[in-house]
Design a protein around this ligand. Structure first.
Ligand SMILES: [Zn+2]
Length: 386
């Protein structure tokens, strides 16, 4: 394909493999403040080649987000989102930075998502080579806390989504290069049971075992899962009791719930509360369900599917095979979709081993995905009203 947009995106990505090696060598775990500051400086230096203004956006007491924006007054505005933190720490290190094969780079955050940031920046360089670029305003928001669930950047992300017509997120591709059009929502629930203690050798019949009740509640929770409906209830942690010769008076479980709709998430939480109430009445214990964390679903919408079709057109021209999938993991895309705008995710690199000791990226995918995203952006510019 000889197209100025594709050529500009590929040119901008030409040195990305070398840059990614340097970026991966710079630790930037979500709680590593000096590391995050150094990573911001590296990204700002790289982004200096783009038009637009770059600024740090304060997020309370924590590290700032990076914002690069251009043509904020354009009729059509696209938000491009990434994160510059990683899950990796001294205790949970990623792989050493290296090339096990010439086209593969390993290292902490190479796929999730330092490689994705390089895709994003090169895609914008491609857009700027398009004669219609003047019709499309863009804002890049790179956050420091995605891997923590965006506690500090949530409000900024949602405000940016409200100011945009659509959002593109550069998390790694799913599978062999699929983009993500829907993500299930997630809730973390705490189940607590309070029973009555009694001596196991003297008056055990006067006790009410919280552990026994929680065991039943655990099975009730698992039974709410439905693979066909994309609903999964995982009891990931249980604790309870104390001394072995005492009927346990307290027990607790932490449950991870995934579901494709807000209604389905509500139904699971309500179902667990009802199960806890029934159990409480029968076993004479008190059971409670508390929501510790919630992330809304990113539903499959006509707007997101239209964006996906536009992406496929560009990918087709580049000879890339790309599908669109729904996944269970959450990302910043969930929060953006909650504002009602179309969102595409998984536009970053092809790689794997995310969050683990073998994280890797397929290096040619940086330029390929940059060119595909650049074609999407130039198409959005061309179809925007002047
Ligand atoms: Zn990520």
């Amino acid at each position: 394909v000889s197209d100025p947009v594709v050529t500009a995106a590929r040119t901008a990505a030409a040195d990305a493999p070398a840059v990614l090696g340097l970026w991966a060598a710079q630790p930037s775990g979500s709680t590593d403040l000096p590391g995050l500051a150094a990573m911001r400086a590296l990204i700002a230096e790289r982004a200096g080649g783009l038009p637009g203004s770059i600024e740090e956006v304060p997020l309370g007491d924590g590290p700032p987000a990076l914002r690069i924006s251009h043509r904020a007054g354009a009729t059509r505005r696209v938000l491009l989102v990434g994160h510059y933190d990683t899950v990796h720490t001294d205790e949970h290190p990623g792989p050493p930075v290296g090339n096990p094969r010439p086209e593969v780079l390993t290292g902490p955050g190479v796929a999730d998502m330092k490689g994705g940031i390089l895709v994003l920046l090169a895609a914008l360089a491609g857009l700027e080579a398009c004669p219609d670029a003047a019709r499309l305003g863009w804002e890049v928001l790179l956050t420091p806390d995605e891997e923590l669930g965006a506690p500090a950047s949530l409000g900024t992300l949602r405000a940016a989504a409200r100011a945009a017509d659509m959002a593109l997120v550069f998390e790694p591709a799913a599978g062999d290069g699929d983009i993500v059009v829907a993500r299930r929502g997630r809730e973390v629930l705490e189940l607590t049971v309070t029973g009555r203690a009694a001596h196991a050798g003297r008056n055990p019949w006067e006790g009410r075992s919280a552990v026994g009740a929680l065991a039943e509640l655990t099975l009730a929770a698992e039974a709410l899962s439905s693979r066909d409906d994309g609903v999964w209830v995982n009891v990931g942690l249980v604790s309870g009791g104390g001394a072995v010769n005492v009927v346990p008076a307290s027990a607790r479980a932490i449950v991870d719930v995934r579901a494709p709709t807000a209604d389905a998430l509500d139904a699971i939480r309500t179902g667990l509360a009802e199960a806890a109430a029934r159990l409480g009445a029968r076993r004479e214990v008190a059971g409670h369900v508390t929501r510790l964390m919630a992330c809304p679903p990113m539903p499959r919408t006509p707007g997101a599917l239209a964006l996906a079709r536009a992406y496929f057109e560009g990918a087709d021209r580049l000879g890339l095979t790309v599908g669109a999938v729904e996944v269970g993991g959450v990302s910043d895309a969930n929060h953006l979709a909650a504002e009602g705008i179309p969102v595409l995710d998984g536009l970053g690199v092809i790689g794997g081993g995310l969050h683990g000791p073998d994280e890797w990226v397929h290096l040619p995918s940086i330029a390929e995905r940059a060119a595909a995203a650049a074609l999407l952006l130039s198409g959005l510019a061309a179809s925007a009203c002047a």
